[in-house]
Design a protein around this ligand. Structure first.
Ligand code: ADP
Ligand code: MG
Length: 337
């Protein structure tokens, strides 16, 4: 296609993210229904053109685990991307609607995400960088696909410069300023799977158990990705143990960055500290889920990236192999909500 904004008719709002909005649209000349993502960026025209060039790589991303790309264009001052519409939306919306997702379906989500990540990395050397339930999409044919991966270095830079991105799926090593690797995506996958299986963001419970952090009950906390490096130097050595005194001090210090999510207030600094300093979340309570699921999630959430496996290695995990032969028909499952 040669996509132009004038040819697209807005049909419905699909969602709002930190960096823009997503709408269901019709491409009038062809009648094709798509999702149009408007990316709000504040970049010079030359940079926008560069981003557009880089996004063209998405035309070559052909995998049934990756969202199809129909094209991108500049609609001053923003960039618009037209992608495959996934009519059942993202997995965060699904669990918020139907409650915790049954663990065997979660296993099939894990399989699809690992396949998608392995494809992106092996074929295109792309690291996703933003695995979370809202970037895992589902349709009524029962397909699971990932979207919003980091194809464009310029886009990643521009976004970091202009607005905040969610950061609570971020691995401990990333919080401490290390480079992204495919293993950072594996951490984010582990957090996402627990969220789907429990029907809530996994850090909320472990955190509210701790009296020092009793007000830290939340879901997402935006942070400037670009400020992650400076965060590492803010006095957060990974081994530092919290005391009530430091917790109170942090609370005051971080007041300016505390945010609301569904009526809850939390401090981003506290959550990031928690991820770095405390044991990783787990599929709990013990015994509620199959041992293989627990083991898989534990291996995604190894805090030391050297010990954590790559997506490709994890495709050989017992639980994932089991998911490959699952008797569940996701098309039928999709028809239940
Ligand atoms: P985020 O991923 O942080 O929620 P986005 O701007 O990427 O923010 O997306 C906003 C919402 O739009 C998502 O949560 C998702 O539910 C919906 N969405 C995004 N892409 C599609 C798509 N291709 N098909 C259907 N829904 C989509
Ligand atoms: Mg998204």
């Amino acid at each position: 296609f040669d996509l132009r904004n004038e040819d697209l008719k807005d049909l419905q709002e699909l969602g709002q993210g930190n960096g823009g909005s997503v709408k269901k649209v019709e491409h009038i000349p062809t009648g094709k229904i798509m999702a149009k993502k408007i990316v709000l960026i504040d970049a010079k025209p030359a940079v926008r053109k560069q981003i557009l060039r880089e996004l063209q790589i998405m035309h070559d991303c052909n995998s049934k685990y990756i969202i199809s790309f129909w094209g991108a264009f500049i609609a001053d001052p923003n960039i618009c991307m037209c992608i495959e519409l996934m009519d059942k939306g993202s997995l965060d919306g699904i669990y918020k609607k139907i409650g915790p997702i049954e663990i065997d379906v979660v296993g099939m989500v894990a399989l699809a995400v690992l396949e998608g990540l392995t494809y992106l990395y092996d074929v295109h050397r792309i690291i996703h960088r933003d695995i979370k339930p809202s970037n895992i999409l589902f349709n009524s044919q029962g397909e699971i696909k990932i979207c919003d991966f980091g194809v464009s270095g310029e886009l990643i830079n521009s976004i970091a410069d202009t607005f905040v991105g969610t950061s609570t799926y971020m691995s401990p090593e990333r919080i401490q300023g290390a480079q992204y690797t495919v293993k950072s995506d594996v951490w984010s996958l582990g957090v996402s799977l627990i969220e789907l299986a429990l029907g809530r963001f996994p850090f909320s419970e472990s955190v509210s158990d701790d009296s020092d952090l009793s007000d830290l009950e939340g879901t997402l906390s935006p942070a400037r990705p670009g400020s992650m490096n400076s965060l590492a130097s803010l006095g957060l050595p990974p081994s530092r143990k919290r005391t009530s005194a430091t917790a109170k001090k942090d609370k005051r210090k971080s007041k300016g960055v505390s945010l609301q999510g569904g009526g809850m207030t939390m401090s981003i600094l506290e959550l990031l500290q928690h991820i770095v300093n405390e044991p990783a979340p787990r599929l709990t309570p013990e015994g509620r889920f199959p041992k293989q699921a627990e083991n898989f999630v534990d291996s995604c959430l190894l805090k030391d990236p050297d010990q954590r496996k790559t997506p490709k290695d994890l495709l050989n995990d017992e639980w994932i192999i089991y998911a490959k032969t699952s008797p569940i028909d996701l098309e039928v499952w999709a028809s239940t909500f």
